[in-house]
Write a protein that binds this ligand. Structure first.
Ligand SMILES: C[S@@+](CC[C@H](N)C(=O)[O-])C[C@H]1O[C@@H](n2cnc3c(N)ncnc32)[C@H](O)[C@@H]1O
Length: 239
């Protein structure tokens, strides 16, 4: 599984929203910007700012790949729960598909608010509200939900995002769900979606059952009946 390809796909879903929110938060005039959980650099390499861009992640391997995609970024190996920066170091601190993966999202948001003036969380899904159509594909959603739990994620965190901003003492300015995540997927994107499904379900669901779902999925797509929607939330505010 090439995770960078997946992260690029997710980055495309949120591009319009990110441009809008970065504009609201004043990215053009920012002098220091940080991505917490920057992964392989799918977002970091797109940042259009004269300011130095910083990235932090706790996976050394991801940071090595990030160095290739975002060579100008200043990268730090660290844990989002204990950000290694003094108070108020950044104008903007943001994350993208991070909080569902951390042990304590409230602590991470408190840390982001401590080190930054504006805090942006661009995309946090709620897989418990996932919609699969036709109905026989709902099993796939349940398998993936279980797989995320096995991998240590909180797959329903997204719908608690705004409430967690509030608990972290961040003055909420705007929150909502991402509309353009619904754009029609290309054949390549479906291929990539299936690579993720195979990786998630390997060893947990028999190969022939996965294959059966894949055939149902392909038939539904060719009949124009396929719906796959994972509500995904954003929020931004000031510390
Ligand atoms: C789904 S990836 C998203 C990467 C990137 N933000 C993007 O959207 O392309 C989540 C990233 O968060 C990182 N991560 C998870 N928990 C973390 C923690 N406690 N501290 C730092 N990074 C963490 C993972 O290593 C991974 O790179």
């Amino acid at each position: 599984m090439n995770w960078h390809t997946r992260y690029l796909q997710q980055a495309a879903w949120t591009r319009d929203l990110r441009n809008y929110l970065f504009d609201q938060a004043g990215l053009t005039n920012a002098s220091r910007v940080l991505e917490v959980g920057c992964g392989t650099g799918a977002i970091l390499h797109e940042i259009k700012s004269a300011a130095p861009s910083h990235g932090l992640d706790y996976e050394i391997d991801s940071l090595s790949i990030c160095r290739i995609h975002a060579p100008a970024a200043l990268l730090t190996h660290g844990d989002a729960h204990f950000l290694p920066y003094p108070n108020g170091s950044f104008d903007i601190v943001y994350c993208h598909f991070l909080l569902l993966w951390v042990r304590d999202p409230l602590q991470v948001l408190r840390e982001m608010a401590r080190v930054g003036r504006c805090v942006l969380a661009f995309a946090e899904p709620d897989y418990s509200q996932r919609v699969d159509e036709p109905a026989e594909l709902k099993k796939l959603g349940k398998w993936q939900l279980d797989a995320l739990i096995r991998q240590g994620a909180d797959p329903s965190f997204g719908s608690r995002l705004a409430e967690t901003f509030y608990q972290a003492g961040i003055q909420l300015i705007e929150t909502g769900s991402i509309q353009n995540a619904e754009k029609k997927r290309s054949a390549d994107e479906w291929e990539n979606e299936w690579a993720v499904i195979q990786a998630d379900l390997e060893g947990a669901v028999p190969g022939e059952e996965i294959q059966e779902m894949r055939i149902l999925d392909e038939n539904a797509r060719s009949n124009g009946e396929r719906v796959l929607h994972v509500p995904t939330y954003f929020a931004w505010g000031k510390s």
